[in-house]
Design a protein around this ligand. Structure first.
Ligand code: SAM
Ligand code: DTB
Ligand code: SF4
Length: 328
C-alpha cells in the first residue's frame, strides 16, 4: 500500500479509496501521525484583492464575467488596505495570508503592487500565498524574489472532466503554471473541487495527478463545491459527505507530507463531518466569515469546534510543530 519509487496509478489509488471506511480512516490517521501532530491544524486567511469581472469561464465561479452572478467587479485593492486586513488576521491567529485575484493572469503593470503586498505581509510575520491565475516564467521569478512562500493554482478536477468545467484554458495550461512556480522556488498549493458532477474516477485521477507531480504540492486544498447563483453549477446537488471524507483520506495517504486543507464548503458541513475530515488527515483550514466571495464559518463557531474536539492552531510561520515524540 505504501508508495514506493513508482507512481500512483488509478488502480492503486482506487484500492485505497475503496477500503472499508474504518480501515481507510485508520490508515489515513496512521500516516498522518507519522508526519504531523494530529491535534494541530494550520490556520490560513483569505483576502480577495481583486474581485469579479474575470475573463475565464470556470463553471463554479461567482467571479467569472461570463457567469450571471450579480457580483460587481473591483480594481486591485490598495496596498495599505491589504496590509491593514492582514494585520487583523494575524492578530486573530492566522499564520498564512492568502491573497486572491480574479484574473486569467496578472498584467505586468500590477507586479509592483503585488510585490509590495508580499513584502508588507511578510513584515507582519506571516507566510504569504497568492493566487492570481496563470503566470509567465518571469512573473513567477518576480514573485519568488519578492519572497512569496506559496502559490495557489488548483487543477480543480481530472484532466478528463476539465473541459466540462472550463473552456477558456486547458488542464495543460494549469500544469505549466505549476511547473513555473516550482521552478521559481515557490511552494506549490494545488488541489481541487469535489461535487461538480464528476465521477469518483475523476476525483481519484485528480488526486493521482497531484501526488505524481515531480514533487507533490506542499499544500492541497480540497474544496466542496459551493453552488453560486447565476453559474452553470448553481443547481448541483450536494456531494455525499462520506465520499468527501474518503477523498480527504486518500489525499492524506497519497501525499503524506502535504498540508491537506479543508477549504470551501465548511459552512455546509456539520461539526461531525469536519471532525471526520480532520481525523482523515485534513490539517489546515481557512478562517474568517468570508472566503473570497462566499461564506465561511464564523470564527466563534470554529473556536467552539476546536475546543469540542481538542484541536489547537498550529504555531506561527506554518512550520510543522513538534509533537510530544519530538517528530516534526
Ligand atoms: N483566479 C485564480 C484562479 O482561478 O486560479 C484564483 C482564484 S480562484 C477563485 C481559486 C480557487 O477557488 C479555484 O481554483 C477553485 O478551486 C476555488 N473555488 C472557486 N469558486 C468555488 C466554489 N464556488 N466552490 C468551491 N471552490 C471554489
Ligand atoms: C482554494 O482552493 N480555495 C480558496 C483558495 N484556494 C483561493 C478559494 C475558495 C473560494 C470559494 C468561493 C468564493 O469565495 O468565491
Ligand atoms: Fe476567474 Fe479564478 Fe474564478 Fe476561474 S476560478 S473565473 S480564473 S477567478
Amino acid at each position: 500500500m505504501k508508495k514506493s519509487l513508482e507512481s500512483w496509478t488509478r488502480a492503486s489509488a482506487w484500492s485505497i479509496y475503496d477500503m472499508s471506511l474504518m480501515d481507510l480512516l485508520f490508515e489515513a490517521q496512521s500516516v498522518h501521525r507519522e508526519h504531523f501532530d494530529s491535534n494541530r491544524v494550520q490556520i490560513s486567511k483569505l483576502l480577495s484583492i481583486k474581485t469579479g469581472g474575470c475573463a475565464e469561464d470556470c463553471a463554479y465561479c461567482s467571479q467569472s464575467a461570463r457567469n450571471g452572478s450579480q457580483l460587481s467587479a473591483s480594481k486591485l485593492m490598495e496596498i495599505d488596505r491589504v496590509l491593514t486586513e492582514a494585520g487583523k488576521a494575524r492578530d486573530r491567529g492566522a499564520t498564512r495570508y492568502c491573497m486572491g485575484a480574479a484574473w486569467r493572469e496578472p498584467k505586468d503593470r500590477d507586479m509592483d503592487a503585488l510585490i509590495a503586498m508580499i513584502a508588507g505581509v511578510k513584515a507582519l510575520g506571516m507566510e504569504t500565498c497568492m493566487t492570481l491565475g496563470m503566470l509567465t516564467e518571469e512573473q513567477a521569478v518576480q514573485l519568488a524574489e519578492a519572497g512569496l512562500d506559496y502559490y495557489n493554482h488548483n487543477i480543480d478536477t481530472s484532466e478528463r472532466y476539465y473541459a466540462e468545467i472550463i473552456s477558456t484554458r486547458t488542464f495543460a495550461d494549469r500544469l505549466n503554471t505549476l511547473e513555473r512556480v516550482r521552478e521559481a522556488g515557490i511552494k506549490v498549493c494545488s488541489g481541487g473541487i469535489l461535487g461538480m458532477g464528476e465521477t469518483v474516477e475523476d476525483r481519484i485521477d485528480m488526486a493521482v495527478t497531484l501526488a505524481n507531480l515531480a514533487e507533490p504540492p506542499e499544500s492541497v486544498p480540497i474544496n466542496m463545491l459551493m453552488p453560486q447563483k447565476g453559474t452553470p453549477l448553481e443547481d448541483t446537488l450536494p456531494l455525499d459527505p462520506i465520499a468527501f471524507v474518503r477523498m480527504i483520506a486518500l489525499a492524506r495517504i497519497l501525499m503524506p507530507r502535504s498540508y491537506i486543507r479543508l477549504s470551501a464548503g465548511r459552512n455546509q458541513m456539520s461539526d461531525e463531518m469536519q471532525a471526520l475530515c480532520i481525523f482523515a488527515g485534513a490539517n489546515s483550514i481557512f478562517v474568517g466569515d468570508t472566503l473570497l466571495t462566499a461564506d465561511n464559518p464564523e470564527e466563534d463557531a470554529d473556536r467552539v469546534l476546536f475546543e469540542k474536539i481538542g484541536i489547537s492552531p498550529m504555531g506561527s510561520n506554518g512550520l510543522p510543530d513538534r509533537n510530544e515524540a519530538g517528530q516534526p
